[in-house]
Design a protein around this ligand. Structure first.
Ligand code: HEC
Ligand SMILES: [Cu+2]
Length: 419
């Protein structure tokens, strides 16, 4: 090997790496950056980061400069006598112990202050949100409003929000890089996190599970919509309502009406939300590309797109024991649908994605999902329900649900009315 080739190769590699990092910084948008500071929480943490990077850079440059100067100035020369050996220099040693001690003290003060501030309980006027991590989706409850939803959070701008973090199974971690976190969801333990979304920001933010939690950990995402307080109020008022039934309540139906001859389940007909409040959900057309899933459909999954679903049939099917849905899902207002193993479906049509943000919430993806959820998202407890479909967990055709494409199309037509 030539004497200078190794350092030269190392230098080339270092320069290339530096260039790649520099070019990466030129990308137009960083939708998941922690440096955008859209909340008090992120700003406090970002401020600490700046102090650390600033002081760290100073120490690095100082030490490296002395090192390089020493290397050049005192390097071995021909005919040079052996250097004088030095044994200790008290002044110097006191100095280089004192300087790092001062730097650490300077870092400690704001660090401890930030820890106390962010760990303190949120003030009583905060919006309360209970987050429950599930393998592999997010349950969001608003106890002040009686709302349970999944994978999509609505937060009013300018109002402090206090998250109560729990898990239904293994450890997960709640993280919205642009807003705050990450904070773990730990079994048999409750964690808290609070922040205030900036009052100038109306936007969509990506959220992630940041603690490996099994097969579909990477498919456990969520979205945060920050909206105007009036829009939040309208959204909450809407979400509080039970689902609108397509089948009139049999207890109030007149004789001779078809529905009266139908067996249970019955549903209360919900009052519509006040007409003045038009905001039901964040307009889909305004959602930026970075928050729209592009997951390809798994190979082999097909559905007869020419089928037209009947929503009334769908409502009957979904709450029939043979369809299985009632074993796991809630639809508020339908006494047959009160299970809590899966996401609450009361207003599922107001959400833009399904399955932990993995797929867009549209007819095609809903159909494929119900047909074979375990192929669409590896590991899920939702059964393979399409007739003749192979359940990837058993390798055999499914023995539950056995829904035909027509039945699935009916169910999906009903789900899409759950606005
Ligand atoms: C064994 C329990 C179980 C059964 C039975 C079941 N589901 Fe699910 N379902 C789940 C779970 C769990 C999820 C969330 C999976 C994930 O995202 O990881 C889910 C997700 C969904 C979603 C997506 C909701 C969202 O917001 O992400 C829909 C829609 C859905 N199920 C509809 C149905 C219908 C319709 C039936 C009956 C035909 C049904 N499910 C039967 C457990 C079940
Ligand atoms: Cu996870």
């Amino acid at each position: 090997m030539a004497p200078h080739s190794r350092p030269r190769r190392l230098a080339t590699a270092a320069l290339t790496a530096a260039f790649v990092v520099l070019v990466a910084a030129c990308a137009p948008a960083h939708p998941n950056s922690i440096f955008h500071n859209h909340t008090d929480f992120n700003r406090d943490v970002g401020h600490l980061f700046d102090i650390l990077i600033g002081l760290g850079s100073f120490v690095f440059l100082f030490v490296e400069t002395i090192l390089v100067v020493t290397l050049i100035k005192f390097r071995k020369r021909e005919g040079q006598p052996a250097p004088v050996h030095v044994h200790g220099n008290t002044k110097l040693e006191i100095l280089w112990t004192a300087i790092p001690a001062v730097i650490l003290a300077v870092i400690a003060v704001p660090t401890v202050r930030t820890i106390f501030k962010t760990e303190a309980p949120a003030t009583a006027d905060a919006l309360q949100v209970t987050v429950t991590g599930h393998q592999w989706w997010w349950e969001f409850q608003y106890p002040q409003y009686g709302i349970t939803t999944a994978n999509e959070l609505y937060l009013p701008i300018g109002r402090k929000v206090n998250f109560t973090l729990r898990t239904a199974d293994v450890i997960h971690s709640f993280w919205v890089p642009e807003l705050g976190g990450k904070r773990d969801l730990i079994s048999n333990h409750t964690n808290y996190l609070w922040f205030t979304p900036d009052s100038v920001t109306e936007d969509v933010f990506n959220g992630f599970c940041a603690e490996f939690c099994g097969t579909s950990h990477a498919n456990m995402r969520f979205k945060v919509f920050t909206v105007k307080p009036a829009e939040f109020a309208a959204w909450a008022a809407h979400q509080e309502q039970p689902a609108v039934s397509l089948i009139p309540d049999t207890t109030k139906a007149k004789p001779g009406v078809v529905a009266a001859t139908m067996p249970a389940p019955t549903m209360q007909v919900a009052q519509a939300a006040p007409a003045t409040e038009s905001f039901v959900s964040f307009p889909r057309a305004d959602i930026p590309k970075y928050a729209v899933p592009e997951t390809p459909i798994p190979a082999g999954m097909t559905f007869d797109q020419s089928l037209k679903g009947d929503p009334v049939e769908g409502q009957k099917l979904i709450s029939a024991p043979t369809s299985m849905c009632l074993a796991c899902h809630t639809i508020k207002g339908n006494p047959m649908m009160q299970a809590v193993l899966g996401p609450n479906l009361t207003h599922v049509a107001t959400r833009t994605t399904i399955a932990g943000g993995l797929y867009p919430n549209d007819a095609q993806h809903l159909e494929l999902w119900i047909k074979n959820a375990r192929v669409m998202k590896p590991g899920v407890i939702m059964n393979t329900l399409g007739a003749g479909q192979i359940d990837p967990m058993t390798g055999k055709p499914t023995d539950v649900g056995k829904l035909t494409d027509q039945q699935i199309a009916d169910i999906v037509a009903y789900l899409q009315t759950l606005k």
